[in-house]
Write a protein that binds this ligand. Structure first.
Ligand code: AMP
Length: 362
């Protein structure tokens, strides 16, 4: 079997590594000749809308998937003419536009922050009057890791902010004073069967994910699974979907969905019977889904900007180092670390040892 992936970053790389033992060959389309996925699969180096590159990928693959949601819609439409493309175009279109996303959540009865569309500076003034301050102003499309966002706290923060964020369509969200953030990762196969990983608690630093750890919260788990399942059914989804929530007063507030494998699920490689990467590949290739059960205490840290001394890290028991083979650059995710342990206390000890050695540059 052959899988084509749009984008050859670390997410694509980890999908290809999971596909290999299933006997599935992977090829990528990516404009960068240095894209790290090229080390583990065939790389067609071309722009995402280049007809020749797309034709090469479609010739190679039986099924096409993505590692990011900002694929040009015309690319998806073109590929879908000759190959099954999962997740489906509608899911990508919804997830790439924060307004479409929030509208979908609200139509399904999933709570969100108060939101308003903003298309010019006057519209921003009116949106602030409706939503109130503090609030978070975000670009509707192409934002990630806290980029394309600004927190507005005072009336004077509003002046000139539409232009500051690039004079593009925006969304204003009420600021949620959350207790913590979590994500729920679900998988849906082409027949509509859904499975879920345990909820994941996520800690961010400057808008970038720092640490993830599965969480045993049956009440929140049930609420999250219901929300994820309703989104997946509505979008006729196939593959892994991650839904990020804020938690306040024992309730979930929907923030955003990612129609792909997700950074908060990297720990599933060692921490689950079947990882999110393998389950995504299984779903899109129409294979039976794998067991999402967690094997024991586990946590994940992102390595950002600068590599710590790997030799010393590897001396920590239960530590798994995943280097994406990318060069160091401030704010760039270049590796991640998964820690496994036989007890919660042991995990806490091992996490402290990792935190003492991380030298992330944000
Ligand atoms: P996002 O790109 O929407 O995931 O936002 C990046 C991070 O900014 C989130 O993980 C939150 O920590 C924070 N954030 C985003 N939206 C809000 C909000 N409405 N209220 C409070 N914090 C937010």
């Amino acid at each position: 079997m052959k899988l084509g992936i749009i984008g050859a970053g670390q997410l694509g790389q980890m999908m290809a590594l999971a596909a290999r033992p299933l006997g599935i060959d992977t090829a990528f389309l990516d404009p960068s000749v240095e894209a790290c996925g090229g080390r583990v699969g065939k790389l067609f180096c071309a722009d995402y809308s280049d007809p020749t590159g797309l034709a090469e990928l479609a010739d190679f693959a039986e099924v096409i998937s993505f590692e990011f949601e900002n694929v040009p819609p015309a690319t998806v439409a073109l590929l879908a003419r000759s190959r099954p493309v999962y997740p489906p175009a509608e899911a990508l279109a919804t997830a790439r536009d924060r307004w479409a996303e929030k509208t979908l959540f609200q139509s399904l009865g999933i709570a969100t922050a108060p939101v308003a569309e903003v298309n010019d500076q006057q519209g921003l003034v009116e949106a602030v009057a409706r939503v109130g301050l503090p609030a978070v102003l975000k670009t509707r499309t192409l934002g990630y890791d806290g980029k394309g966002q600004k927190v507005l706290r005072l009336a004077e923060d509003v002046a000139g902010t539409f232009a500051e964020l690039g004079a593009v369509p925006l969304i204003l969200e009420g600021f949620i004073d959350f207790e913590f953030e979590l994500s729920c990762i679900g998988v849906r196969d082409p027949q509509g069967l859904c499975v879920f990983y345990p909820l994941i608690r996520n800690d961010h630093r400057q808008g970038i994910l720092h640490r993830s750890q599965p969480l045993d919260e049956p009440h929140l788990q049930a609420l999250a699974e219901r929300a994820v399942e309703s989104v997946m059914q509505t979008l006729n989804y196939v593959g892994v979907l991650a839904f990020e929530f804020f938690v306040r007063d024992g309730q979930l507030i929907g923030n955003e969905i990612a129609p792909r494998v997700h950074n908060s699920g990297h720990w599933t490689i060692e921490g689950s019977r079947c990882s999110q990467f393998e389950n995504h590949v299984r779903a899109v290739m129409n294979l039976p889904l794998g067991n999402t059960e967690t094997l024991g205490p586990v946590a994940m840290y992102n390595v950002i900007g600068k590599r710590p001394e790997v030799h010393n890290l590897l001396a920590i028991p239960g530590l798994h180092w995943h280097d994406y083979g990318k060069s160091e650059r401030r704010g760039r995710k270049i590796a991640h670390i998964t820690l496994t342990a036989s007890s919660d206390a042991e995990l806490v000890e091992r996490c402290a040892a990792v935190e003492a050695q991380l030298i992330n540059e944000l």
